[in-house]
Design a protein around this ligand. Structure first.
Ligand SMILES: [Zn+2]
Length: 391
């Protein structure tokens, strides 16, 4: 038997549907679960069915007034404020019900880990990291990541580390814990000068009581897997080793992919797979094996998201899939029926070499100056040497 692990899923999670041709299309979740099922990743796995999070849990990180506005929005029309009724965050029917179910799914995952029922859990419908205390942002209505972290802190965890690998800055989650020294938030993202939400600069270090617990690694557009991996490994493992979290929480958006239509990092499905394996190792080494993983962004709905998140689910379950594994005919045929013009990949790999040179303390390419800046800003606050590659 491997490490106990849980998958939270219910088709009702597809109800978080922003409608029309909004990029945040729930088909990406549906096709992921279908692919994971057809590859046998979910064989014998009992899917945990979430309940909507009660208001009291959502209020951990959101104002009651905002929650009331979300509930009323579908009746009120377009002028409801709070970031609602915008092109990014259109009002949709059952908006409160759908988004509180997403929160409930991450909460259930957190509860299973806290109770010791499981060491790892994954909710691919979660990861709504842009939602703020009093407003919707960036396709996100309620911040399930922040609710789950807050709940963990009230139920046995003294320290939680949050790693956000979405192409966009994890601003909502960072804001929720900006002055809380119990939560280390680390976000790797495309440079804020070139992408929404325009935050996530190296200098955002945390509030006065929590200096150094907000870590931002802004990467230049067109960064590829080896440079991304180099930045990750030059910063993240050392901080986790020093911080010693009780649980690792990760937001695993896959809009970093080269083919993603909304951003300009150039990662591959193979890079995503490699990152999930690294996160698992880091949870085992520095968080007592406890790993709560969520989805996030990802807008190449057919070619990228289903493959990458199937790798995520497989990694959580210790059922790693070989990159060369062919896509099942039934899955390909199903997608082709729904999208006759789509050109689909044939296997679970982009055939990208994700090996990288570890950072050696010098600056030889653009990513190295980011690494230098981040380490100089953060490492001394944790008693680490920013210039020593062994730290
Ligand atoms: Zn994103």
């Amino acid at each position: 038997m491997g490490t106990p692990a849980a998958v939270v899923w219910d088709p009702a999670l597809l109800g978080y549907d922003l409608g029309g041709d909004h990029p945040f299309n729930p088909v990406r979740l549906e096709l992921t679960i279908e692919l994971a099922t057809q590859l046998g990743v979910l064989d014998g796995v009992e899917l945990l069915r979430p309940e909507p999070a009660p208001d009291g849990e959502i209020e951990r990180v959101h104002d009651a007034e905002y929650i009331a506005a979300v509930k009323e929005a579908p009746m009120v029309g377009w002028d409801v404020g709070h970031g609602l009724g915008t092109p990014d965050n259109p009002v949709f029917s059952n908006m409160h019900e759908a988004t509180s179910l997403v929160v409930g799914a991450s909460l259930l995952a957190a509860q299973k880990i806290a109770s010791g029922t499981t060491n790892r859990a994954v909710n691919i419908a979660g990861g709504l990291h842009h939602a703020m205390r009093d407003r919707a942002a960036g396709f996100c209505v309620y911040n399930d990541c922040a609710v789950a972290i807050s709940w963990l802190l009230d139920n046995g965890a003294e320290r939680v580390a949050y790693i956000d690998v979405d192409v966009h800055h994890g601003d909502g989650t960072q804001a929720a814990f900006y002055n809380d020294p119990r939560v280390l938030t680390i976000s790797l993202h495309q440079s804020p000068m070139t992408l929404f939400p325009g935050t996530g600069r190296v200098t955002e270090l945390g509030g006065p009581d929590a200096q150094g617990t907000s870590v931002n690694i802004p990467l230049p557009p067109f960064t590829r897997d080896p440079a991304w991996q180099r930045a990750f490994h030059a910063v993240v493992p050392s901080l986790l080793k020093e911080f010693r979290p009780d649980v690792l929480v990760t937001q695993c958006g896959v809009d970093t992919h080269e083919e993603d239509p909304l951003a300009e990092l150039y990662l591959s499905v193979d890079g995503h797979r490699q990152t999930y394996r690294t996160l698992r190792t880091l949870a085992d080494e520095y968080a007592g094996g406890k790993w709560l993983s969520m989805g996030g962004g990802g807008y190449q709905l057919l070619r990228v998201v289903p493959r990458s998140w199937t790798h995520l689910i497989a990694t959580v379950l210790d059922r790693d899939i070989e990159p060369s594994t062919p896509l099942p005919h039934d899955w390909v045929n199903n997608v082709q029926r729904r999208a006759p013009n789509a050109i689909l990949p044939r296997t679970m790999t982009d055939e990208t070499d994700v090996s990288f040179e570890p950072w050696d303390g010098t600056v030889s390419e653009p990513v190295d100056s980011v690494i230098r800046d981040v380490r100089h800003a953060i490492f001394p606050l944790h008693g680490l040497d920013p210039d020593d590659p062994r730290d």
